[in-house]
Design a binder for this molecule. Structure first.
Ligand code: SF4
Ligand code: MG
Length: 331
């Protein structure tokens, strides 16, 4: 396997309006605050965390749909951080995004044909080729050419997400970042769309970053999983290993709320104290210390770094990653 994408210390801070206009340290919302990871060709990396933890912002910043504040994104060996104009446009073709709400992301005034072929038009792909591709894409996502003159509102939620998926594949991308692609759909439809995405991954040699808050869905589809908390990665590792043996207290708490993560284990639900702090004013030291059941004095002052916690490369950022009692393990 080769590395397709490398994200190095990526940050996306948003200026906060109407506050301390003249202060030296302008207040910012640290939506993504220094995340690093890589993605191998053909794999699926799941990105999980509570809403507001920065997952979507991270996804958008990687594709430069949002301009990163700091850090580097290396895609197919090229540092695209500084790419602009034509250079960026060319690489963009190889990186696509699937949105959460298929209805909001499809132009209601355009037919399915126009929606799916639009990216190909932008890249001057000849009409005959566009039509051929349209037929194939409709076919692989389980729709037919018979649908191509219809409008998005004539389709169900699941069908609309299939249309969104077909459009994302129009330019033969290498990387597809999927932002909660099934969370707006009924549970019965979710499984169909996930299965479709798995089939397409094989057929089109796709690499996915799969952003979701549903841990069961992420476990099902991902090879590796990364957990975010307040704009930072707190744990990353091979999916089964991370689900069986989470090292970070936050991951343990998230997983303790999922009954099907490991049905054989007698689990104790870890209830986190308090609410998610504001990313505009995150706690000092370990950002999780205000809610962590294992916090000690050092956690309030020193920020833990992501470090290797298993022989297979699982990493967690906790001062006590190897020591904290895993509340999910029988004593
Ligand atoms: Fe909890 Fe401290 Fe570990 Fe942070 S560093 S997760 S507060 S034990
Ligand atoms: Mg989101």
């Amino acid at each position: 396997m080769s590395t397709l994408l490398e994200v190095k210390d990526l940050k996306k801070h948003f200026p906060l309006k109407g506050q301390a206009l003249f202060s030296k340290d302008k207040p910012v919302l640290k939506a993504v605050d220094g995340i690093s990871f890589s993605v191998e060709t053909g794999e699926t990396l799941g990105l999980v965390g509570e809403s507001g933890c920065g997952k979507s912002t991270a996804g958008r910043s990687i594709l430069k749909l949002l301009e990163p504040t700091e850090g580097e994104v290396i895609f197919k060996g090229e540092n695209i951080t500084k790419h602009r104009g034509e250079k960026l446009r060319k690489l963009r073709k190889d990186m696509q995004f699937i949105f959460q709400d298929p209805y909001a992301s499809l132009n209601p005034r355009k037919t399915i044909e126009q929606i799916i072929t639009e990216p190909m038009k932008i890249f001057n792909i000849p009409k005959a080729e566009r039509n051929k591709k349209l037929t194939r894409l409709l076919d692989v996502v389980g729709l037919s050419s018979y649908h191509k003159h219809r409008y998005p509102h004539e389709f169900s939620g699941g069908q609309r997400q299939r249309i969104g998926i077909a459009r994302s594949l129009a330019l033969d991308p290498d990387l597809v970042i999927c932002d909660e692609p099934v969370s707006a759909l009924d549970v019965s439809i979710q499984a169909q769309v996930i299965n479709l995405m798995e089939d397409l991954q094989e057929e089109f040699n796709l690499t996915y970053i799969f952003i979701a808050h549903d841990l069961s869905v992420v476990h099902h589809i991902s090879d590796r999983v990364a957990v975010m908390y307040l704009g930072e990665l707190v744990e990353i590792g091979e999916a089964n290993e991370l689900y069986q043996n989470p090292k970070h207290p936050y991951t343990q708490a998230l997983l303790s709320a999922v009954p099907e993560a490991n049905p054989h284990r007698d689990k104790q639900r870890i209830i986190l104290k308090g609410d998610l702090p504001s990313p505009a004013n995150p706690p000092q030291g370990c950002k999780f210390h205000t809610r962590c059941p294992f916090a000690e004095e050092i956690c309030r002052t020193q920020e833990p770094k992501l470090k290797k916690v298993s022989a297979t490369g699982q990493m967690a950022s906790c001062h006590f990653a190897e020591e904290v009692v895993n509340a999910n393990e029988p004593l």
